[in-house]
Design a protein. Structure first.
Length: 78
């Protein structure tokens, strides 16, 4: 939602700065669209890497080798 607000504000500011229908306004719109797409792609890459790390941590924490019903991460070997 926040990204949508920023996108809309960028279009509004570009329209106010360059005037509706001018060549510079069209360039600004294209640049805003490209910037938004790149931001989305970068966010996708970062979030997928983060999700992989969290899945690995979750799998390690839920591992129960001795099958006693208690994950091994919560048991001490004293």
């Amino acid at each position: 939602m926040l990204g949508g607000i920023g996108f809309t504000m960028s279009l509004l500011i570009g329209d106010l700065a360059f005037g509706a229908g001018s060549e510079s306004d069209e360039h600004a719109k294209v640049a805003i669209l490209i910037g938004s797409l790149l931001a989305g792609l970068i966010a996708t890459v970062i979030l997928r890497a983060r999700n992989r790390a969290h899945r690995r941590i979750c799998a390690e924490e839920s591992l129960d080798v001795d099958q006693d019903g208690i994950p091994d991460v919560h048991q001490r070997e004293d």
